[in-house]
Design a protein around this ligand. Structure first.
Ligand code: ADP
Ligand code: ASP
Ligand code: MG
Length: 407
């Protein structure tokens, strides 16, 4: 029998009416004689609420194992509620926690990595026609403690189970009609994309498009899991297919993504030459700080340079400490932090070889008076760091400049 994984996100499963709608979609697949493993997120907003509860109970984050036990609860509630909604429709269904489904992880609480999935029992269960409803976002660590897989981690649960079950495909049901050329909540002209390659979706997800967790796309890409991202609100739309053939594409720029929670640090009057850079990045490495866009330019005085880089806003204070506090030995004096930055990226295959793309990008930003803090290019994207206030204007203007408004 064919096996399929269906995953429902938080807005799609936010209340009893939405759970009934999910049950309807599952029932129609069940009628096609397909063995079904269904992954469900916590109802919208619950993980945020639980995160706040954990912050209050453990402000210093000393007990991440108990924190994960709290965070994982939202998905468990929804899995059981969805199993009941399916039973109300007369279907055989049962809920499972992540570990009952066989998901084993490392012990990195809050962002655990899936180490293995033992899906033999789950496979047998679904092959008998019972619909397995699995709590997403969670697994079991080496010490027998509950772990969570990072925000958006139910996508990863779904892809990992699709790999282990050798499912035909993994369907991600969400609150929009698929993957769009830009966030449809920001750009009303954004269009759903019919087919995308794994590389393009991965680049979009890692540059801020929230529609799928980037780690789940990495896994789907390496294991060649066919993904369909589609709406749980509107059955009659096709959604977006991601598979191997989808790489042969026409339009070069496929989408514009953005991420708001960026910060920029400028280090002035730094000694020129590679040694200062080596010391800074060694200290960041030790502090496990990830740096994104980097620009170094000559300073005003000979022998000095200016270093500009971006990083996640949540890491900015720690990076400032590393650069300036005596205990880290760098003790740089002239360091400036801009907290309110954003990153906007245009995404497509073969961008590096098309210089006209960079030209269009900078011309558009210039026409809208948007200052560019730093730039990075790769085969599949051009990213710029800009003030957060300008992000909506930049995304809309670039969407239009790259002809994504038309279809
Ligand atoms: P779920 O709860 O189903 O996991 P998410 O909120 O995690 O859903 O992801 C869906 C949201 O991603 C959409 O509501 C949309 O606002 C946002 N999004 C951002 N960029 C894109 C894009 N390029 N295409 C589709 N959705 C996007
Ligand atoms: N509930 C978790 C979150 O909000 C996991 C998920 O939705 O995928 O991040
Ligand atoms: Mg999500």
């Amino acid at each position: 029998m064919k096996r399929l994984v269906m995953k429902f996100g938080g807005t799609s499963s936010a209340d009893a009416a939405r759970l009934d709608a999910c049950a309807g979609l599952i029932a129609s697949r069940h009628r096609q004689d397909i063995a079904l493993a269904v992954v469900v997120s916590a109802p919208a907003g619950m993980t945020d609420q639980l995160t706040n509860d954990v912050k209050q109970a453990d402000p210093q984050a000393q007990w991440p194992d108990e924190g994960d036990a709290v965070l994982a609860a939202g998905e468990q509630i929804n899995a059981a509620l969805l199993a009941m909604a399916l039973r109300r429709q007369g279907l055989a269904a049962r809920s499972l926690t992540g570990w009952q489904a066989g998901i084993l992880t490392n012990d990195d609480h809050g962002r655990a990595k899936v180490q293995s999935v033992d899906a033999v029992r789950l496979g047998k269960l679904v092959d008998t026609g019972t619909i397995a409803v699995i709590a997403g976002f969670q697994g079991l660590g080496p010490n027998g403690r509950i772990t969570t897989l990072g925000r958006g981690g139910s996508d990863l649960s779904a892809v990992a189970l699709a790999v282990a079950l050798k499912a035909e495909a993994c369907e991600i049901f969400t609150d929009v009609q698929g993957v769009y050329s830009a966030d449809p909540r920001l750009v009303t002209q954004a269009k759903p994309i019919k087919r995308l390659s794994y590389d393009e979706l991965l680049e979009m997800a890692s540059q801020g498009a929230k529609v799928m967790q980037s780690r789940s796309v990495e896994l789907a890409m390496s294991e060649k899991v066919v993904l369909r991202i589609c709406s749980s609100f509107d059955e009659n739309t096709d959604g977006t297919i991601i598979d191997r053939q989808a790489g042969l594409e026409r339009a070069i720029v496929r989408a514009v993504s953005y991420s708001r929670d960026e910060a920029r640090i400028m280090v002035h009057a730094m000694p020129a030459g590679p040694e200062a850079l080596r010391n800074i990045f060694a200290a960041f490495g030790q502090a496990d700080l990830q740096i994104d866009l980097i620009v170094q330019s000559p300073g005003e005085t000979a022998g000095e340079s200016t270093l500009v880089f971006s990083l996640r806003r949540a890491d900015a204070d720690q990076a400032l400490d590393v650069l300036t506090k005596p205990c880290h030995n760098l003790m740089l004096k002239d360091v400036q932090l801009d907290r309110e930055m954003a990153k906007v990226s245009v995404i497509g295959i073969g961008l590096r070889s098309q210089t006209s793309m960079a030209h269009t990008m900078f011309e558009t930003l210039l026409a809208h008076n948007i200052p560019v803090g730093a730039v990075a290019t790769s085969e599949t994207r051009i990213s710029v760091l800009i003030p957060e206030n300008d992000v909506e204007m930049a995304v809309r203007a670039l969407h239009s400049a790259f002809d994504l408004d038309r279809n």
